[in-house]
Every structure is written in C-alpha cells, then in structure tokens.
Design a protein around this ligand. Sequence first.
Ligand code: CO8
Length: 259
Amino acid sequence: MSQYETILVEKQSDGVTLVTLNRPKALNALNSQVLGELIEAFADYDGDDSQRCLVLTGSEKAFAAGADIKEMQDQGFADMYKANFFGGWEKVTATRKPWIAAVAGYALGGGCEVAMMADFIIAADSAKFGQPEIKLGVTPGMGGSQRLTHAVGKAKAMHMCLTGEMMGAEEALSSGLVAKVVPADKLLDEAMATARTIAGMAPLAAMANKEMVNAAYEMTLAEGIKFERRLFHGLFGTEDQSEGMKAFVEKRPGNWKGK
Ligand code: CO8
C-alpha cells in the first residue's frame, strides 16, 4: 500500500516497482509535494535489494503537463533561489538502479524533463513531448534544454524550446528521444515486461551498464572507454560474473546473487 498522496507505489514480487503520478485533476502537474514523494519512493527503491527495476508512469491523458504553474506563479527570484526550487530532482537522477519512463499523452515542460531523466522512455502512440515554457515567459528549468539537445540534437531541441511546439511519438522515436513506441493500450504491459527483463539480469551488471552509458554524457571518448574497461574489470570480482559465464557454458539461466 502506498503511504503517499500524489503518487501510487506498487512493489511487485517480480522485482519491479511501479510508480504512478496521481494528480489527475491537474494533469499530474509536478509540485513540491510530488517531488518530495518521488525522492522518497526512488530512494526506497534504490535501497531495496528485492527491487531491480522501476517504471514511472502517469495517466492515459498526461504523463505530466509540467511543473505546477499555480505553485510557481507568485514566486520571486529570492524565493526560488533560496529554496533552490526543484533542485531536489538531482536526488531522483542520482538513483543508481535502472528506471524507465512509460509516457502516454502530454509530457510537457517539467513532464518532458522528468521523462528524460529516466534511463529510457517507452512511449504510447498518444505521447506528446514539448518544452512550452517560453509561452509562460520562462525556460526549461529541470534539465530540458540540456537533455533534449543531447537526445534529439540542436535543431529540433532549439525549435521545440523556441516555438513551444510539441513532438509526437513517431517523431520522438525517429529523433532518438524514446526507445520504443507502442499502442496506448499496450503501454504499461510493454513497460512492465521490459522492466521484468531488466529485473532478471545480474543487478550489479545492470547498475554498471547504467553508470557507463551515463558516463558518455560527461566524459571524453578516451576517458569513457577507460572508465568502461575499469568497471568491466571490476565485475570480474563478483560472484555473478562467475555464475553468468558458468550458466552460459552449462546452457541454463543465471542464478544471480547481486554480489
Ligand atoms: N500546472 C498546474 N496546473 C496545470 C498544469 C500545470 N503545468 N497543466 C494543466 N493544469 C491544470 C489546468 O489548470 C486545469 O485545472 P483546472 O481544471 O483547475 O482549470 C487542469 O489541469 C486540466 O487542464 P486543461 O483544462 O488545460 O486541459 P486541456 O486538455 O484543455 O489542455 C494542456 C491540456 C494542453 C496540457 C494544458 O493543460 C496546458 O497547456 N498545460 C500547461 C503546459 C505547460 O505549460 N507546461 C509547462 C509548465 S512550466 C514547467 O514545467 C517548467 C519546469 C521547470 C521548473 C524548474 C524550476 C526550477
């Protein structure tokens, strides 16, 4: 049972945690309470050895229609700066275990930015991504200008940020913003099945794969390749490496210990 008010959290016995944004009347607008609850739920997931992949989703109509405009509208610079408003999202992106965003409907502003914080996005054919902050007289503030540019390149990112226009699911797929597009009524099944596949892998290898792919954003090619090799070498100190290779030779699935 969930102890939260703005999200639903369901930990399943197959090692997959499902987190659903649950402010339907506000199209899942992201306010400070949502952020606080997500920080807690993600930290709990990261520290729970029984859970090996997480899916974050919204509703059929909206993954999230952005940061909560009503919460922000009367804030001044001093309030935002002192509170480091929304700086807490860095705690969500610090999650070391894998997580997937399953996006249907609107993923706008902060909603698009949160989806891009995930390790990858699976989209329904109804998904619409956008950074419409310019229409409110502001800019993305949770990483959108950076992650979108990394994902789809300067031309499309600049076009989206300057016009506020949305990008549909098929274009998001061909542009590299999402990993897969499925019919809307199959979204959760597909995301959960993918999460179960990941949850069935050796947990330390999953964390290491995530860490090294993310390193590609931060490092030069030479540094990244060295980092990859060191992590790869490091996994030869784990029981799961011996087990994984033994299981291959014996033609059976690996029995992972996470050590
Ligand atoms: N914030 C607060 N409430 C919202 C938001 C939002 N972002 N989006 C929708 N709602 C509310 C509406 O106000 C409405 O509430 P009410 O019924 O009380 O009037 C309810 O949700 C339903 O919305 P609509 O009636 O507008 O539904 P439509 O189907 O007509 O339209 C849209 C759907 C197109 C998604 C429309 O709601 C919309 O344009 N929403 C705003 C999208 C937007 O501009 N998002 C960007 C927000 S700014 C942002 O995310 C910045 C992030 C960086 C912050 C970092 C700080 C450091």
